[in-house]
Design a protein around this ligand. Structure first.
Ligand code: ATP
Length: 248
């Protein structure tokens, strides 16, 4: 990661349905070229934080009622989600959300939809995605709805890559996957980060695996950041070990 901060979340508050205060002043900073992890248990506010950043709260009757969100120094919290995509920020939602009736390859191609460049570049990027995910190449003609959970997660990440993003917001990539597959997905995230320079902010309940791949982590509890630091330091922290890693 570099010293340049791409994304700055400053003291945001999020309220659902006008009354339910879910984020109580969350601040975080995402450096360009890094993998930043947003950690915490069920209901801590990880998904809400990602949705606040990509402006996806409206459909859930949620709103950012305090604080600011800047991307590359520009205030982005009033942008339409599609405008944020044009700025290079794309969210991979929890639960994967592939188009079930399209083939894997058609799903990947939908990711290139917002791009202005032509077919040759898209064909090249499709090969780039298949190089990271050989499994997707094998399954490219299969209907996405009939592929496994792991393949759908790969498909969702691959589709995001097809938009040539600068930053990927990745929600709970490990969810519902066997440990070996989780490891595989994180290896690919790491490779994409190192080789394509894509910045990641990922929400993850699996603290153990996330802190092995991330550079920096924030731990959320009940809508507040209770601890943050370099991933190595967090892994050695006695409280993190006791409450999140289950090692002590
Ligand atoms: P998970 O891993 O379960 O997704 P999380 O850390 O991502 O957990 P959030 O999904 O952000 O947590 O939820 C934070 C809190 O906000 C929870 O208490 C949840 O019940 C509440 N919440 C989430 N969505 C809504 C909504 N649309 N309306 C009201 N409350 C909500």
């Amino acid at each position: 990661p570099t010293r340049e901060s791409l994304l700055e979340v400053n003291n945001i508050e999020v309220i659902y349905n006008h009354v339910i205060l879910v984020l109580k002043g969350v601040s975080l900073s995402v450096p360009k070229g890094g993998i930043t992890a947003l950690l915490g248990g069920n209901g801590a506010g990880k998904t809400t934080t990602l949705k606040a950043i990509s402006n996806l709260l409206h459909s859930e009757r949620g709103a950012v009622t305090k604080g600011t969100i800047h991307y590359r120094g520009e205030r982005v919290q009033d942008l339409a989600p599609s405008d944020l995509v044009k700025k290079g920020v794309i969210q991979v939602m929890e639960g994967r959300h592939c188009f079930e009736h399209l083939t894997v390859e058609e799903n990947l191609l939908t990711g290139a939809y917002t791009r202005g460049d032509g077919g040759a570049a898209i064909a090249r990027d499709l090969e780039m995605v298949y190089a990271y995910f050989p499994r997707l190449k094998e399954r490219r003609k299969s209907q996405a709805g009939y592929t496994s959970g792991g393949e759908q997660q790969m498909c969702a990440i691959g589709r995001a890559l097809m938009s040539r993003p600068e930053t990927i917001l990745l929600d709970e990539p490990s969810m519902g996957l066997a440990p070996q597959l989780v490891e595989q997905i994180f290896e690919i995230v790491k490779a994409v980060n190192e080789q394509e320079g894509v910045t990641f902010l990922l929400a993850e309940q699996n603290t153990n695996v996330a802190l092995r791949y991330a550079h920096y982590g924030y731990i959320l509890e009940s809508g507040r950041v209770v601890m943050d630091g370099p991933a190595d330091a967090l892994r050695e922290n006695p409280d993190v070990k006791e409450f999140y890693l289950g090692l002590s």
